[in-house]
Design a protein around this ligand. Structure first.
Ligand code: SPV
Ligand code: MN
Length: 621
């Protein structure tokens, strides 16, 4: 059958939606995968309310989601072994002759033949959904059109919440829509979950800007527009001189109603969403940002329009805004939580007690339940998630959907570091920040990826899992990005995870509310700072005032000294580790990086000779 006849036969009434786009490339793409995956029928979504409601309804009818007690709330479970991004099964497919250094690649032809083999006839008996979105706001220099094909109503439902509808954009652009493509099939299901997770694959074809993913349901592996699209955006950005970053975008409210925007890169599960949701400030986005220099200014947009956030430890005290949103009627998908017999979700760290039994990602759950290896199964998975539109939150920033983006005053780099960096500091200049903070992020691994937790790993700009250009080139792109900017943003490093000698965290959970206000004042030159060998740190008197003003509490000198002492031995050890990594693993590392590390080492050694191993701020003031 020719492609048009095939599409007409399978799409039925919805074929008109495809034809109206007048884009042969889209038709060709859809037809190829209709032929290959053999769905019973195809639903082309024009993203009207009725069409999106059809996806919501089918997610319930097929059992991919269940209704919960609160109106608008639904729950979904993936299998026990399908609860995080599978970094092992995720590969960049590269043509002959491409060298991406240590990034996980596979020869393109080999990868295609393997994954297309798994996708062959994968949708027999099912409906294929064809969805249109844009990454970034519509009608903006930032936006990128995307087509998602999936046989999962749950994946489609997530995307409807998380991304801006793009059908109108495709219609407007016609043949000019240079779009990213995503093909996903859950594969064979058993009790509603992907059965053949040993054949789970997430293959990213860099040449065709097409992702193929199968035998998995977890959002980070299946929601094409989230982490998978980042690979293509990073490639385009490196070519065109802009950036795609694993960053939140936050409006910080300073004196006299001033709003200063920050972008922040933290590895997964290191406080990124909670920083973007900080009390008293306003959120633009929590996970992925595009940055461009427009007329001399660095501007950023949220690529998404919703949150796929970690739910563990969300409670009414620490995260009041999100807690309220998650416990009141509105559209929310809960993934991999415990649901009790009253159809109420429970997650680790929620207010109140854990129900005595319920259903979770392991099936029927009861306290003490163990997996095949004898490990306890927690009531909700540590990486359980909620999906919610930012429009549902009380703290959405007023410029969150502005097609021009927001002007960036500062970058923040954070990690999970128990013994080295102070809670907040400012880089000596832009290059110093990129090279000694962003490019030097190390973090202890978390439940957001499959595998062992708590291992210190190198994660430049928190973006290593999503890179598609060699690391050295990526670092260089970050350095060069501001060449056309009149005033580069200030760069800050934060560390919420520093511990004292007794092993206790030195930061209170709310302290980051003070750190962001201090950074806001620094962007405008409203407070002075103390110069240390590694960056500029706050003065006690400024923090004392901010703690009182923002948190209404006293902040002692002893607390300050414990948090902000300069730990020269740990800092020197970190430089050694980072230098070795770049020498051994990053053949294209920029020379400026080694120079920045070396200069920093010399500054630390000099200070150490004069003041000792641990230096109090007052000794440097
Ligand atoms: C992360 O792990 O960084 C996330 C969730 O934001 S995922 O969709 O899995 O990437
Ligand atoms: Mn993320």
């Amino acid at each position: 059958m020719d492609h048009t006849s095939l599409l007409k036969a399978k799409c039925g009434k919805s074929y008109g939606k495809l034809a109206a786009l007048k884009n042969p490339e889209v038709e060709e793409f859809v037809a190829r995968f209709v032929e290959h995956c053999s769905p019973d029928r195809v639903f082309v979504c024009g993203h009207s309310k009725a069409e999106e409601d059809y996806i919501r309804r089918r997610a319930l009818e097929t059992g991919e989601e269940i209704l919960l007690a609160v109106k608008g709330h639904t729950a979904h479970w993936g299998g026990l072994t399908d609860q995080g991004r599978d970094t092992k099964a995720t590969r960049l497919l590269v043509p002959d002759g491409w060298d991406l250094g240590e990034l996980k690649t596979l020869p393109r032809e080999e990868g295609l033949s393997e994954v297309l083999g798994y996708l062959k006839d994968s949708m027999v008996g099912r409906e294929m959904l064809v969805l249109f979105f844009t990454l970034g706001p519509k009608d903006s220099v930032f936006s990128i059109p995307c087509v998602q094909i999936t046989d999962s109503y749950y994946v489609a439902h997530n995307e409807v919440i998380l991304y801006r509808p793009g059908y109108g954009t495709f219609k407007k652009l016609g043949e000019k829509a240079g779009f990213f493509r995503f093909v996903h099939s859950v594969g064979v299901l058993e009790n509603g979950v992907s059965r053949n997770t040993d054949r789970r694959r997430v293959y990213i074809d860099l040449e065709d800007e097409t992702v193929y993913t199968t035998n998995t349901q977890y959002g980070g592996n299946t929601i094409g527009l989230k982490k998978l699209a980042m690979r293509f955006a990073i490639q385009r950005a490196a070519r065109e001189g802009w950036l795609c970053e694993h960053m939140f975008v936050l409006g910080v409210h300073g004196p006299k109603r001033r709003v200063t925007y920050f972008v922040g890169a933290y590895p997964s599960a290191c406080g990124k969403t909670s920083t973007s949701m900080i009390k008293g400030e306003t959120i633009v986005g929590d996970d992925i940002a595009y940055l461009r220099v427009v007329r001399g200014k660095v501007r950023a947009v949220n690529v998404e329009t919703g949150l796929f956030g970690i739910i563990a430890d969300v409670n009414s005290r620490d995260d009041p805004t999100i807690y309220k949103a998650l416990t009141t009627p509105r559209e929310v998908i809960f993934s991999n939580v415990l649901v009790d017999e009253t159809n109420t979700p429970y997650w680790i760290g929620k207010d109140g007690d854990c129900p005595p039994k319920g259903r979770n990602h392991s099936g029927e759950w009861y306290p003490g339940k163990k997996d095949a290896e004898g490990n306890a199964i927690t009531p909700s998975h540590k990486n359980a998630r909620y999906t919610i539109g930012i429009g549902e939150l009380d703290n959405k920033d007023r410029l969150a959907d502005d097609p021009k983006g927001v002007e960036v005053g500062g970058y923040i780099y954070g990690g999970r570091d128990s013994d080295t960096n102070v809670p907040v500091m400012e880089a000596l200049d832009f290059a110093h920040g990129i090279l000694t903070m962003g490019a030097a992020i190390e973090s202890e691994t978390t439940a957001a990826t499959l595998g062992q937790e708590g291992v210190r790993t190198f994660n430049p700009m928190s973006n290593i899992d999503f890179l598609s250009v060699p690391i050295g080139r990526y670092v260089k792109c970050n350095l060069d990005f501001v060449e056309r900017a009149r005033r580069p943003p200030k760069i800050f490093g934060t560390n919420y995870f520093i511990r004292g000698r007794d092993g206790k965290y030195l930061n209170g959970k709310d302290d980051k509310r003070v750190w962001v206000r201090w950074m806001e004042l620094r962007v405008h030159g409203d407070v002075d700072a103390i110069k240390t060998p590694v960056g500029l740190i706050p003065r006690y008197e400024d923090l004392e005032r901010l703690f009182k003003y923002v948190l209404g509490r006293d902040y002692s000198k002893a607390e300050y000294e414990e948090q902000f002492k300069i730990r020269t031995l740990e800092l020197l050890a970190k430089i050694d580790r980072i230098e070795v990594i770049y020498r051994e693993r990053v053949p294209d590392a920029p020379k400026a990086l080694f120079k920045a590390l070396d200069d920093q080492r010399k500054r630390i050694e000099k200070a150490r000779e004069k003041h000792g191993d641990y230096i109090l701020p007052a000794q440097l003031a």
